[in-house]
Ligand binder design. Structure first.
Ligand code: FAD
Length: 453
């Protein structure tokens, strides 16, 4: 069997790994249009903050390592079109424009997404950057150490925007964050958490501007951005813009080949097969089943791309296992706070018109008798369906690392557990680690009381 895999980030890498495991005799062609394989954008923040020194180490695979496993790795190779009837692809060498044709028996697309560019006047000015992929990582690093760049405006306050903002602020830049939503991190947290995190950013010298967007980028006589005019009419002096205002799937070239939805996402079945037999798709260019609702949506996270890649490889010859539904769990730090969330929040449930209930508690990580230097306040919110009592989501935050609780809640969501299951679920206790009743038990017990009233 000849398998072609397009894209070398999380989804493509996992697919190749899966094919090597499940079909050791398959011939694998792995195509990447960039000049590097398996760059992991999730490592950019660590690179910008000097935790990781070498940009090339932010990867799971090397060309030599994969070729040693028998994979034919093709970098600088853009797959430009597919002929499903012939089972062939056209591949363009991005360095010289030469086109070659290659056959496949099975084709897996993990073409991912590209940063959304704001369609506003001045968008063509210099020093308007994005944060995705190795090329941008290198440019961002150069900007970070460039003394001429003093004022940085970050557009969008999802986790990518917050990572960019914190990195540049720590590098001594004056950072402004703009977001059209009423709070930062609106997909991940409710206001009980984002109010505290906004204060944390402001206390560290950042400026946060919610409920507004960008009207225009203005430039200087060198064609570089020099300011951002917001929709409230304010002009923010700016030497560098980092756009983190969402992504769009890199699927324009596929619109006449496989079925795309209204957002350009590739439509697949639960086995990752597209509308064309023998063509599979995974990762940020596709949707995945969201466990709390059982519906499909785009949740652009690495573990999702990995699960789908594993699933595509396993199902290449025969539909054997559906891709697991996910809860959409993620974690991040904002200066001294570490938070994680999963499933539905009040804010996202409202956007989806879903009727949920929540309980919010604060506690200490370990018993109150443990001194402050080994203890910290914990903020926790549990969201559930008041009719079925099923656990729907949770958010946690502390100055100590309590984020692992969210993985337990993710499991509870996947297993359709109720607040009654969670209220008395068995968790460990040791005063150096946790409380006799975990914060998850306490919140679920409070939810039971809330429903009993
Ligand atoms: P992508 O990562 O988008 O990669 C697609 C690849 O395909 C690219 O290398 C591209 O060059 C190549 N390609 C595209 N079209 C073609 C073509 N026609 N021919 C050949 N090659 C092609 N997720 C988490 O879970 N945790 C995190 O902490 C986290 N941090 C992140 C931080 C940042 C800054 C960013 C940008 C993302 C982060 N993510 C994180 C999200 C995660 O990186 C993505 O969900 C994941 O990379 C998706 O993988 P993918 O394979 O679908 O696509």
């Amino acid at each position: 069997m000849k398998v072609a895999v397009v894209g070398s980030s999380h989804g493509g890498f996992e697919t190749v790994r899966g094919v090597l495991h499940d079909f050791p005799n398959a011939e694998i062609d792995w195509y990447e249009k960039g000049d590097f394989v398996s760059f992991l954008s999730c490592g950019i923040e660590l690179y910008l903050q000097n935790v990781v020194k070498d940009v090339n180490s932010v990867s799971y695979a090397t060309i030599d390592g994969m070729e040693a496993k028998g994979v034919h790795v093709h970098i600088n190779s853009e797959v430009a079109s597919i002929n499903p009837a012939e089972h062939s692809i056209k591949v363009v060498d991005v360095n010289n424009g030469q086109t070659t044709e290659s056959k496949y028996d099975k084709l897996v697309l993990s073409v991912g997404a590209v940063p959304f560019e704001l369609p506003v006047p001045g968008k063509e000015l210099g020093n308007i950057y994005a944060m995705r992929g190795r090329d941008w990582a290198i440019l961002l690093k150069q900007a970070e150490v460039n003394p001429d760049i003093k004022n940085v405006t970050v557009i969008g306050s999802g986790y990518i925007g917050i990572e960019a903002a914190e990195s540049f602020a720590k590098a001594g830049k004056k950072v402004t964050i703009i977001d059209q939503n009423p709070t930062i991190l609106g997909t991940y947290l409710d206001p009980e958490f984002t109010d505290i995190l906004t204060t944390e950013l402001v206390d560290n010298g950042l400026s946060v501007k919610n409920d507004q967007s960008v009207k225009e980028f203005i430039g200087n006589d060198k064609g570089m951005v020099s300011g951002v005019i917001t929709t409230t009419g304010e002009t923010i002096p700016t030497d560098l813009v980092i756009e983190a205002a969402g992504i769009r799937p890199a699927t324009e070239w596929l619109k006449d080949t496989v079925k795309l939805d209204n957002h350009g996402l590739i439509v697949t079945d639960e086995y990752q097969e597209t509308s064309q037999p023998d063509i599979f798709a995974v990762g940020d260019a596709t949707e995945i089943e969201f466990a709390p609702t059982g519906t499909k949506k785009l949740i652009a996270l690495a573990p999702n791309a990995r699960k789908q890649g594993r699933s595509a490889a396993y199902n290449l010859m025969e539909k054997r296992r559906k891709t697991t539904a996910v809860s959409g769990s993620s974690a991040l730090h904002v200066y001294s706070y570490k938070f994680a969330s999963t499933g539905l929040k009040d804010v996202t449930a409202k956007q989806m018109n879903l009727d949920v209930a929540s309980v919010y508690i604060t506690d200490t990580k370990v018993p109150p008798f443990v001194p402050a230097e080994d203890n910290a306040k914990v903020y926790f919110k549990l969201t559930y369906d008041p009719r079925t009592r099923e656990v729907m989501g949770a958010q946690i935050m502390s100055k100590m690392d309590v984020t692992a609780n969210i993985n337990a809640i993710s499991l509870a969501i996947q297993q359709h557990m109720t607040i009654d299951d969670l209220a008395y679920a068995d968790f460990f206790f040791q005063p150096g680690f946790d409380r006799p009743w975990s914060v998850m038990n306490i919140a679920a017990q409070k939810a039971q009381d809330q429903l009993a009233k």
